[in-house]
Design a protein around this ligand. Structure first.
Ligand code: GLN
Length: 549
């Protein structure tokens, strides 16, 4: 196995994940098989209990892993299916070591960070890198490892030490270290500053790791003089100083790396030149250029709770992009804080209320994504009602589907207080309820998670048609509540089409409306499996049919 380690220096938020996945794309374009591991040095076992407000979305894998959103980038860029073990956290490592300690595996020994924690990290990396993730048999050629955080963080120290040991044990030609750093420009003089990078490389070297490459983030292309200085002070050959300057969209990053011959130098470092081909990035070039040149817009209202940080719905945004590229439209995503639509807000914040409704009414379609907790729920119900009554295309994802059911029960069945027990435990009409198999005591990893089968009962349903006339789909889930199976019949009699069910035939997975151009709610999250070249059918919607004709 060949390892490419990507570390970061100076500041967080440099786009290390995009850089690491773009390196993977370039290597894949050279005919190599690539897998990836993301290390998050925090203590949480996984991202499942973290707030999207703080960390952005929780990405869900086929195997039910609730992981860092960077794994979503890897899946989309490399077109692979990762496992929960591809995301390593301090929590997972300590848990495995402590479990072994309790079992007596270290009997007689003092259990320490070095060597026990560091050994556990190395073993984890070495075994996970062997898992095939691209649907083929056998191991990948290269494993890209991204170390989260910034070099020098206290919590990443055991990982740095483990990776130093790994680099030594696997040998020079199997290990390539790429350090992502920032080259700021200061003041009126506008000079590209190398000092922060010098310091972070010095820090890395003090910890025993010497970067083979620098990937420098900058606003403008790096000047030759800047590169020369970096090379001299950071102990990195000038040819190995890569520059990722600002580009119009992230699909340009693999192209930028290819244009700087990054693949050539990385392959040389890893002694892979003889097995690799010339990079074929035609589809990436097409995608990046198509996106830059889109002129027609489509206005999409995203009605959610976590709209302050758009990373909270990263995969939904990406899925919209994939679908838009396929129909040559530029997505104009209009974020609406659901609570601004509510009657309450008309009194407390009339301007925000008016603005929110103006946006909703001008949008060509409405999307209510997943979410938890009762904030903004009434606003989402109003958005669903608006879309249903005005025949505006509506896609409800997970919470968005539950909202559509609540709205239907209230407006069509006349059950004014119909609700989910998540938002009103005392509701007389619980149309959405806690799933019997859920845990009321433990929050971590206890939801209905990962890939589950949804049987599309009715072949004439829009959903079945969109997925290509299929009778089932396997999509990823993450929820604790479900539509109350006891109300299925009344909902159906009143005109709500319950077209998708789980394996038991009882749990409602997909709802549709007949007399509406596009009103679809799904209990699963189609956004997690959308790929740049294979947009999710539900996001593409009816435009899919126009392509087929
Ligand atoms: N809060 C809802 C549930 O737990 C919806 C979850 C979601 O949208 N991911 O079922």
């Amino acid at each position: 196995m060949k390892y490419v380690l990507v570390t970061g220096g100076v500041v967080s938020g440099l786009g290390k994940g995009v850089t690491a996945s773009s390196i993977g794309v370039v290597l894949e374009a050279c005919g190599l098989r690539v897998t990836s591991i993301k290390i998050d040095p925090y203590l949480n076992t996984d991202a499942g209990t973290m707030s999207p407000f703080e960390h952005g979305e929780v990405f869900v894998l086929d195997d039910g892993g609730e992981v860092d959103l960077d794994l979503g980038n890897y899946e989309r860029f490399l077109d692979v299916t990762l496992t929960k073990d591809n995301n390593i956290t301090t929590g997972k490592i300590y848990q495995s070591v402590l479990d072994k300690e309790r079992k007596g595996d270290y009997l007689g020994k003092t259990v320490q960070v070095v060597p026990h924690i560091t050994d556990a990290i190395k073993d984890w990396i070495e075994s996970v890198s062997l898992i095939p993730v691209d649907g083929k048999e056998g191991q990948a050629d290269v494993c890209v490892i991204e170390l989260g955080g910034t070099v020098g963080d206290i919590e990443s120290m055991p990982f740095i030490e483990a990776l130093r040991q790994l680099s030594f044990s696997v040998g020079q030609e199997n290990f390539c270290l790429i350090h992502v750093s920032l080259i700021p420009v200061l003041g009126v003089v506008g000079e590209q500053k190398t000092k922060p990078t010098q310091h972070s490389v010095r820090e890395l070297r003090a910890l025993g790791l010497t970067p083979h490459f620098l990937a420098c983030r900058s606003a403008q292309p790096l000047l030759e003089a800047t590169k020369a200085k970096l090379s001299q002070f950071c102990h990195v050959p000038a040819a190995n100083i890569l520059n990722i300057h600002d580009v119009p969209n992230i699909w340009h990053v693999p192209l930028l790396l290819r244009n700087q011959n990054a693949h050539h130098s990385i392959l040389k470092q890893l002694n892979l030149t003889s097995v690799a081909t010339a990079p074929d990035l035609d589809s990436w070039t097409k995608m990046a250029e198509t996106f830059d040149n889109l002129t027609d817009h489509v206005k999409i209202a995203m009605v959610g709770k976590y709209i302050g940080l758009t990373d909270s719905y990263l995969s939904v945004v990406k899925a919209l992009l994939h679908a838009c590229i396929a129909c040559s439209l530029k997505p104009q995503i209009e974020w609406i804080a659901a609570s601004d639509l509510e009657d309450e807000s008309e009194k407390s914040t009339p301007e925000a209320h008016a603005a929110a409704w103006k946006i909703l009414k001008s949008a060509e379609c409405v999307l209510v994504p997943g979410g938890f907790g009762d904030r903004g729920v009434s606003g989402m119900v109003l958005a669903a009602k608006y879309a249903r009554e005005n025949k505006v295309p509506y896609l409800g994802i997970c919470l968005g589907m539950q909202i559509a059911v609540i709205e239907f029960a209230r407006s069509v069945l006349g059950l004014e207080r119909a609700n989910s027990t998540e938002f009103d435990a005392q509701t007389p009409d619980p149309v959405v309820i806690f799933m019997p198999e859920g845990s009321r005591t433990h929050m971590g990893s206890t939801m209905r998670l990962g890939s589950r089968r949804t049987h599309l009962e009715s072949r004439d349903s829009l959903t079945s048609k969109l997925y290509g006339d299929v009778c089932y789909v396997d999509e990823r889930h993450r929820h604790r509540y479900e539509v109350n199976p006891e109300v299925s019949q009344v909902l159906e009699e009143a005109g709500l089409r319950l077209v998708g069910k789980d394996d038991t035939g009882k749990r409602i997975e997909v709802i549709e409306l007949h007399d509406h151009p596009f009103y679809v709610g799904v209990q699963f999250h189609p956004e997690f499996k959308s790929r740049p070249t294979r947009p999710s059918p539900l996001f593409l919607g009816k435009s899919l049919f126009s392509f087929q004709n």
